[in-house]
Design a protein around this ligand. Structure first.
Ligand SMILES: Cc1cc2nc3c(=O)[nH]c(=O)nc-3n(C[C@H](O)[C@H](O)[C@H](O)COP(=O)(O)O)c2cc1C
Length: 206
């Protein structure tokens, strides 16, 4: 059997809500998170963290916080994707490493850090907006990376964010962007259609 292409994986990913009780090994989980963390981000600030919840009691509590959506407790792991609202604090480390690695001259690193400071200091709500936007790209990559490993997922925003914060003791700096359940499918996803490309494609201008 040939390896599926990335396009096959994208089309084959659907939201699976019924899982077997097969666990996902830590090695595979780590690989999936590593791929997720290779997502692009504004200024490469990598505005994300991932809480992998495997403990059954915590999954049960998260299920309550997700208004009883059963897949949260049945999943091998429920992942909370966090957006980092203070990702600007990562800039110094990222840009000194980039300069040391020879990816850019010191002056370019300094310019970028000035831009970052300007945006985070002056654009209203920048920290939250950038956290939600950029961590979403990592969330998508996580689901595709899982699918490439034969693991299905369900993205979920139907949860009480404050309750999730309390259960997992999430510091104020981070906001839950998405809950993603992961596991080996016991039943396929239910069908879902998409708009035809003609409906979503605009060339040049409205
Ligand atoms: C941001 C977001 C939030 C979602 N929230 C939930 C949810 O709370 N519960 C759920 O069962 N599915 C949820 N879904 C899954 C969608 O219902 C599903 O992606 C959509 O119907 C398309 O189906 P497919 O993913 O199977 O292709 C969510 C999907 C996204 C992207």
């Amino acid at each position: 059997m040939s390896t599926p292409s990335i396009v096959d994986i994208m089309y084959e990913r659907h939201s699976v809500r019924k899982y077997t009780n097969q666990k996902i090994t830590r090695d595979v989980l780590k690989k999936i998170i590593q791929v997720a963390g290779s997502a692009p981000s504004a200024w490469n600030l990598q505005h994300w963290k991932f809480i992998v919840v495997e403990d059954q009691r915590l999954k049960d509590k998260l299920c309550e916080a997700a208004y009883g959506q059963q897949q949260v407790k049945d999943a091998a792991a429920s992942i909370v994707i966090l957006g980092d609202t203070q990702a600007n604090l990562n800039a110094e480390g990222i840009y000194s490493a980039a300069v040391n690695a020879g990816y850019m001259p010191e002056s370019a690193g300094k310019n970028i850090m000035d831009n970052i400071k300007n945006v985070y200091d002056n654009v209203p709500n920048a920290g939250v907006q950038l956290a939600l936007q950029n961590s979403s790209y990592a969330a998508m990559q996580l689901m595709l990376a899982a699918k490439a490993e034969g693991i299905d997922s369900c993205p979920m925003s139907g949860y009480d964010s404050q309750a999730v914060r309390t259960i997992l003791e999430i510091p104020d700096r981070y906001i839950p962007t998405l809950l993603v359940t992961l596991g080996y499918a016991s039943e396929p996803a239910h069908g879902s259609g998409r708009f035809p490309v003609e409906q979503i494609l605009v060339y040049d201008k409205f």
